[in-house]
Design a binder for this molecule. Structure first.
Ligand code: DAH
Length: 371
């Protein structure tokens, strides 16, 4: 009797303390194996009198079951612990900065896009998007450039071999203007949107890259006229360049999707930079001595043909649109002189011009405020 209790206490405590599966297996053999101590006790049952057996039998069986249960529980606990420590050791936190590596920063193009979204949101504009792989119809035809239109040739288009659903070939959009058509078709009038994004043209030198960024603006409503366009552009450019003395010059021009079309120039002065180099600084009338005009963006009143092809009634609503190069805006605002550096992925350049991810552009703090 004392034997059984002692054996049980001994087995339970040693099993509970077993440090690994091998130690546990050794204990199983020691207690429940053929030569094991519990097995030996079970064998004594055969030599007992029926009375003794009736008394001892249940105790010895209970001992065996208790030891077996302790072995099973400990095995499970050891296996769980092994899995836990394996999982803990294999943890990989991809959000941790690699030791010794430079911290990432916001690319100037992203920064300028954020600044533009902030400025236009304040004027009640929503942000719209469209696909970069575009249907010929949205990129050209619906913008009043039918298949034979000479303006198509000016776009240096990258075409895909695939047939577009609405005729012609699929292509990489050459401008953000197709988002005008898509948004009018989808949302109807009235509309106030900007559409920032990537555009593509087969063209490459110091001022042109095959991929660049544009931002499109579109306002559709009743009674919209050129005055609304001029006020909107002036307000946007003053906020963006963070100076009040921005002067615009509107020149008659031609785009198939606007009528009339207006090219917008902005006045600049040549100022000496810290390095003594002459630099264009925006502000003031370009007609003053030492000043000049720089072409900045295309715009105009949306051509009634475009409004029609976008599913709206040109007798009911009018609108204005504009398109401007985001990379160009960034170069002008932050004094960068080679467009190709935007796409070099040189971390030194990025660190020099890069913006902190925590420095969100706001109108109250200045849209281009740097940390
Ligand atoms: N889509 C033109 C381009 O890429 C730019 C443009 C001109 C957009 C006039 C407009 C506009 O919305 O009204 O050259």
């Amino acid at each position: 009797m004392a034997d059984i209790e002692q054996l049980n206490g001994d087995a339970q405590s040693r099993i509970g303390a077993a440090e690994d599966l091998a130690a546990l297996e050794a204990l199983r053999v020691e207690f429940l194996g053929k030569q094991g101590s519990v097995s030996a006790l079970l064998k004594t049952l055969g030599k007992m009198t029926p009375e003794e057996r009736q008394e001892q039998g249940p105790k010895i069986h209970a001992l065996r079951e208790g030891v077996q249960a302790a072995l099973t529980a400990r095995k499970e606990a050891l296996e769980n612990a092994a899995l836990e420590s394996q999982l803990a050791a294999e943890t990989l936190d991809l959000s941790l900065p690699a030791p010794g590596m430079p911290q990432g920063s916001i690319h100037p193009v992203s920064q300028v896009m954020d600044e533009l979204a902030e400025i236009f949101a304040d004027l009640g504009f929503a942000v719209a998007t469209g696909p970069e792989i575009e249907d010929d119809w949205y990129n050209f035809t619906a913008l009043n450039m039918p298949e034979s239109h000479p303006a198509r040739a000016m776009h240096d288009t990258f075409y895909f071999p695939d047939q577009a659903p609405k005729g012609g070939k699929m292509l990489l959009r050459t401008h953000t203007s197709p988002v005008q058509v898509r948004t009018m078709l989808e949302d109807g009038a009235p509309l106030r949107i900007i559409a920032p994004g990537r555009v593509y043209r087969s063209d490459s030198d110091a001022t042109h890259t095959p991929m660049f960024h544009q931002i499109e603006g579109l306002v559709i409503d009743k009674g919209i006229h050129l005055g609304h366009l001029k006020w909107t552009l002036e307000t946007f450019l003053k906020a963006f360049f963070e100076r009040e003395d921005i002067v615009l010059r509107l020149r008659p021009s031609y785009f198939p999707f606007t009528e009339p079309s207006v090219e917008v120039d902005v006045g600049f002065a040549i100022e000496n930079g810290q390095d003594g180099k002459g630099r264009r600084v925006l502000g003031g009338s370009g007609d003053e001595p030492g000043h000049g005009w720089m072409e900045l963006l295309g715009s105009g009143m949306v051509n009634s043909r475009v409004i029609e092809m976008s599913g709206l009634d040109p007798d009911q609503c009018q609108g204005f649109a504009f398109g401007v190069g985001v990379d160009r805006l960034a170069m002008l605002k932050y004094g960068m002189d080679d467009l190709r550096a935007f796409f070099d992925g040189d971390v030194r350049w990025l660190r020099h011009y890069g913006f902190s991810a925590f420095d969100q552009p706001t109108l109250s703090a200045g849209v281009g405020a740097r940390a």
